[in-house]
Design a protein around this ligand. Sequence first.
Ligand SMILES: [Mg+2]
Length: 266
Amino acid sequence: MLAARYDALLFDLDGVLYRGDEPVPGAPETIGALRRAGARIVFLTNNSSRTPQQVSAKLGAMGMPSPPEEVVTSATATADLLAARGGGTAFVMGGDGVVGALTDAGLRVLDGEPESVDLVVVGIDDDLTYARLRTACLLVHRGARFVATNADPTFPGPRSELWPGAGALVAAITTATGVEPEVVGKPHAPLFHAALHRAGGTNPLVIGDRLDTDIAGAAALGWDTLLVLSGVDTEEELADSPYRPTYVAADLRALLLDDVVRVTGP
Ligand SMILES: [Mg+2]
């Protein structure tokens, strides 16, 4: 089967395993079969607001029991990356998911209006105020390193509305300071590296539904990709896209098939 050509399977979540609160058809059976075949599985998500425990619970409720250790979020990847560099003090413009991940990794999160910090970390923040935005900008201006969990311009809200994502908050700080952040989430490399490190393989396949994040980011690392058409992007978007997946399929059930042909690559 296709999955057996790789030693790690790195799954995007929304649009691949579920849509909103409904599993994608065949997802529970496929994940179950992959586990019985001994596949190494890790889930990676740009969503910084949910903890790995919450993602694990959601997957379990949809018939895909998965331990929190298999979940890498942009918040936990950011925290691990910054801790590995020595940690320090951080001002956070982001929700509890970001604050919790940084604190768990040993960073000291300062609230209020600190004079200086080592890091300004930005994720999705549904409690954003002008005062916090001002503090973040002043700290970046004074030399704090500017790091973003992700730079998604939007994320799907209820009734298919697009709500402003972390990228919109990042842009406010960049506009005010002229400083570009280091971005951890897809399509940037750190989240992919964190996921592969967690999985433990050397030859991963990334399974995703978005050409401009999942596919573009993995392809930039030279990794093979499976675009599934069960989420955001369609065949029409694929035809117009500069990003080429290694394989294309209707959904993740293709992982269990033997005769999936490469559409790009060697
Ligand atoms: Mg997705």
